[in-house]
Design a binder for this molecule. Structure first.
Ligand code: CA
Length: 218
């Protein structure tokens, strides 16, 4: 999943970026409100983590502008303990949830899972396709009654496909879901991860459509 992190505190930003990357997400980290808005026009994000106290434009202004521009991806506000009014304002402006600093990384992961699930209209943490069941809580996948654990990148790639069974995702869109701006991506990285997944889950798990991309059967 590609995530926009908007945070001007270097320590918090670094910790969150690290944790999300370890979890297999692609993260673009910007440190002010203006850069947040321009990033939202450049990339299709699945989620925005938004600090409120930001240079140039504050978080509430970013939120208001993006919602007016019909940017509908979920937003989780990262906020200080004493700003209850801002939190309420944020929720009223269209934020989906908030986290009070300091927060634990485990809570951050759990909130992200919950918000993304709600956003996909699925209360069930298990994504299903014809052959596979992907548990978004345990990050394990079940194939023909066998359960497999996945690496962070394998999970991220399979999650992108399983979020929309039957839809073909191009190499570019899979790369976008897996890698942020400043990450070096080997030219065959996506093929390499898919090769690993097929080895683990069986060739039929992920189908290739020549010249177009990959899908999981609905
Ligand atoms: Ca701040």
């Amino acid at each position: 999943m590609r995530i926009l992190l908007v945070e001007d505190d270097e320590l918090i930003g670094y910790a969150v970026e690290r944790a999300l990357k370890d979890d297999g997400h692609a993260v673009d980290w910007v440190r002010d409100g203006e850069s947040a808005l321009s990033s939202l026009y450049l990339e299709a994000y699945s989620l925005v983590l938004l600090d409120l106290g930001l240079p140039i434009k504050d978080g509430l202004e970013v939120l208001e502008t993006m919602r007016k521009a019909k940017k509908i991806m979920p937003v989780i506000i990262l906020t200080a303990r004493d700003s209850i009014e801002d939190r309420i304002k944020g929720l009223d402006l269209g934020a989906d949830d908030y986290l009070v600093k300091p927060f634990s990384i485990d809570e951050l992961h759990a909130r992200i899972r919950a918000v993304v699930r709600r956003n996909q209209g699925a209360a069930d943490p298990v994504l299903k396709s014809a052959l596979l069941q992907l548990n978004t809580t345990t990050k394990e996948v079940e194939v023909a009654d066998e359960v497999f654990s996945l690496s962070a990148k394998e999970y991220a790639l399979l999650h992108a496909l399983m979020a929309n069974p039957g839809a073909i995702l191009s190499k570019q869109s899979l790369e976008d879901a897996l890698y942020g701006w400043n990450e070096e991506v080997a030219s065959n990285a996506v093929e390499f991860i898919i090769h690993g997944l097929r080895k683990k889950l069986g060739k039929a798990a992920i189908k290739n459509v020549r010249g177009m991309g990959w899908l999981v059967t609905k």
